[in-house]
Design a protein around this ligand. Structure first.
Ligand code: ADP
Ligand code: MG
Length: 157
């Protein structure tokens, strides 16, 4: 379990994760409205070299960006979809786990769960700006230790 004291720290925490990401990786972002999922997505994207302002993709389901070395970064927000079928009809799932890094808010709305993924759970702590962050890494055995090592400054008991 990890703890960040404010949104800047969550951004840095996310950048630390993002620097290890490769095309085909997916970050699943769980947490209530206002937890900090978009802040997290921006931190990951920045570490991948995305320079654009990242607005909320709420009305588009997915917004594509380009990072360093022309890497594709896909920012999904599935909050507004009605059901899985609507998402699969969109064809957007073809980008997940394939040609770019996918950062997905509200993945539970469409049961998205690729094999190679990082699950991030953000929980409001008692302290107003504090957030408890849980991370679980799947299918990245070669990078897992390195990723966790770069997060140790935010480790909590
Ligand atoms: P979500 O995408 O989960 O709905 P956002 O990332 O859009 O949430 O918004 C999170 C809000 O909470 C922002 O206004 C941000 O400044 C604020 N905030 C306060 N403390 C934190 C923190 N520790 N981590 C992330 N965001 C925080
Ligand atoms: Mg959001």
């Amino acid at each position: 379990m990890y703890f960040t004291r404010n949104s800047d720290e969550t951004f840095l925490f996310a950048s630390a994760v993002g620097q290890h990401l490769l095309p085909g990786d997916t970050v699943l972002l769980y947490g209530d409205l206002g937890a900090g999922k978009s802040v997290f997505a921006r931190g990951c994207a920045r570490a991948l070299g995305v320079r654009d302002e990242m607005a909320s993709p709420t009305f588009t389901l997915m917004q594509p960006y380009k990072g360093k070395d022309n890497i594709n970064v896909y920012h999904f927000d599935l909050y507004r979809i009605q059901d899985e079928d609507e998402f699969f009809a969109s064809g957007l799932q073809d980008h997940i786990g394939t040609d770019g890094v996918s950062l997905i808010e509200w993945p539970q709305q469409a049961d998205v769960c690729p094999e190679r993924r990082i699950e991030i759970d953000i929980l409001r702590a008692e302290d107003f700006d504090g957030r408890d962050i849980d991370i679980n890494i799947f299918g990245m055995d070669d990078r897992k230790d390195k990723i966790l090592m770069s997060l140790c400054r935010w480790e909590s008991i």
